[in-house]
Design a protein around this ligand. Structure first.
Ligand code: TYD
Length: 133
């Protein structure tokens, strides 16, 4: 699989709208961990790395930001700015989050517990691994 946008159900209601995701109906993996990124100062970048095993799903619950994906050969930008869709990222894709709007909130769910050994933090190492796979 390659990184792609997953549209979520949107339950329109004049009292306020509601969206959700659950596995396996919206997500292709079982959630083991949830975290969020918030209070990002203007101009900052988060998450310049890849994961050897971990898959994830990223939603802009509030505000907007860009997710830049690199597959080892080329780059692709996904702009997230609605809470009713998100970006699915399989393992072995370099990704960074940037261009955060004021008060933006990035929700990330993952199929693995936090494990520093799963990170590839050097882009050259990532390219070598990705192009050799
Ligand atoms: P990191 O994933 O490197 O942040 P980013 O990719 O946004 O730059 O995480 C920053 C630190 O937070 C890392 O050193 C360890 C800690 N951390 C946890 O303890 N658990 C988690 O689930 C995450 C995502 C990070």
């Amino acid at each position: 699989m390659i990184p792609h946008i997953i549209e979520l159900p949107k339950i329109y209601d004049k009292r306020g709208n509601l969206s959700f995701f659950e596995q396996p109906n919206q997500l292709p993996f079982q959630i083991e961990r949830t975290y969020w990124i918030y209070d990002v100062p203007g101009g900052e970048t988060r998450g310049s790395h890849a994961f050897k095993e971990q898959q994830e799903f990223i939603i802009a619950l509030s505000g907007s930001f860009d997710v830049i994906i690199h597959d080892g050969k080329e780059e692709k930008k996904f702009s997230l700015n609605r809470s009713y869709y998100g970006l699915y990222i399989p393992n072995m894709f370099w990704r960074k989050l940037e261009n955060f709007s004021t008060n933006s909130l990035a929700l990330i769910v993952s199929d693995k517990h936090y494990n520093e050994h799963d990170y590839i933090r050097n882009f050259e190492d990532f390219k070598t691994l990705a192009n050799g796979k």
